[in-house]
Design a protein. Structure first.
Length: 83
């Protein structure tokens, strides 16, 4: 089963999450290079992310003891669901 097939109807892109939301990554609709980059930053399937701030199309997320900024193009390819 592909990652796209695992996506559920309740999933939406990270770009649509609002500050204060707690979400879980359900799939990443991108090439392997972007997937590897996200994993190197600590974001993978089933990761829980806390939406800290939205600035334009960029999203600042927190997880564990880390905070990272994810650009708009990348955040549109990360599918999440509410926790």
């Amino acid at each position: 089963m592909t990652q796209t097939a695992q996506q559920t109807d309740s999933s939406y892109s990270l770009a649509h999450a609002r500050p204060g939301d707690l979400v879980r990554v359900t799939c990443v609709n991108a090439d392997n290079q972007l997937k590897k980059r996200l994993v190197s930053m600590g974001v993978s399937i089933n990761s829980r992310l806390h939406i800290i701030q939205r600035r334009g199309s960029a999203t600042v997320v927190g997880f564990d003891a880390s905070r990272i900024a994810i650009g708009g193009g990348m955040s549109r390819q990360i599918m999440v669901c509410a926790v």
